[in-house]
Design a binder for this molecule. Structure first.
Ligand code: NAP
Length: 240
């Protein structure tokens, strides 16, 4: 469970789950490249990483654009010379009933959640292949395996991530790259703040949750560190 000497790239690291994972990986010894579109958020996270005695690399990019992804990965590699861990966490949702979904909604949700994870994996795998080692962790969702009220496009994008995890695991194993995922249930972050502040919605979520509560962000750090560490060296293609 140690990440000493490793370089991680975490997308969507300015807030919520990505922020928790980036800081959690730094706590275990990794230097972390933190990516999102909002520089101020990243500067705040960087301060926390630096306070832990680790290095933080700030990368502002829009992961829904392949040109931004290519530039961001080049930028990280030029500063760090390697990337050991990629966490594809950046994501968003527009909750719309299926009959009202527009092409613009479809493209935005798919591009931010699914297309980004593929092209980041492609770019970073080219570096990991040369290193003959690497870990890719895709943050999908329970919404990718169970029909819940998150909207059809988000569910389809997350289902795509879960299946992509299996296929990339198979293709990348020969390069020493393990590809796994975490599909969270409900955690309180800016993404879910609005729905979870609706008592009726929260009660329904909790009534379907064996533990009777939503998750705390620190509870996602252990799984992410495990999947990034040597402890999971014979695990690939899986989504927790
Ligand atoms: P969040 O609090 O809204 O944070 C999302 C992060 O992603 C932010 O830092 C945001 O920064 C970044 N981001 C969004 N669009 C981006 C883009 N186009 N380019 C670059 N960065 C972008 O969300 P969260 O709840 O932490 O969710 C993180 C991941 O977990 C998502 O993939 C989400 O689908 C998944 N998830 C969350 C839950 C939950 O209960 N919270 C459950 C299941 C799955 P900027 O806006 O500044 O770019």
């Amino acid at each position: 469970m140690q990440l000493e000497g490793k370089i991680a790239l975490v997308t969507g690291a300015g807030k919520g789950i990505g922020r928790a994972i980036a800081i959690g990986m730094a706590e275990q010894g990794a230097d972390v490249a933190i990516l999102s579109r909002t520089r101020q958020d990243l500067e705040d996270v960087a301060k926390e990483i630096i306070n832990l005695g680790r290095k933080a690399y700030i990368v502002t990019a829009d992961v829904s654009k392949v040109s931004d992804i290519e530039e961001a990965v080049r930028d990280v590699q030029s500063q760090t010379n390697r990337i050991d861990i990629l966490v594809n966490n950046a994501g968003m949702n527009i909750r719309t009933p299926a009959i009202d979904v527009t092409e613009e909604d479809w493209n935005k949700i798919m591009d931010t959640n699914l297309k980004s994870a593929f092209f980041l994996s492609r770019e970073v795998a080219r570096i990991m292949k040369e290193q003959n080692t690497g870990r890719i962790i895709n943050i999908s969702s329970v919404a990718g395996c169970v029909a819940i009220r998150t909207g059809v496009v988000y569910g389809a994008a997350k289902a795509g991530m879960i299946h992509m995890t299996k296929i990339l695991a198979m293709e990348f194993a020969k390069y020493g790259i393990n590809v796994n995922g975490i599909g969270p249930w409900y955690f309180k972050t800016p993404l879910t703040e609005k729905v979870l502040s609706n008592k009726e919605y929260l009660d329904e979520v909790i009534s379907r949750t064996p533990m009777g509560r939503v998750g705390e962000l620190k509870e996602l750090v252990g799984p992410a560190v495990f999947l990034a560490s040597d402890s999971s060296s014979y695990i690939t293609g899986q989504t927790l």
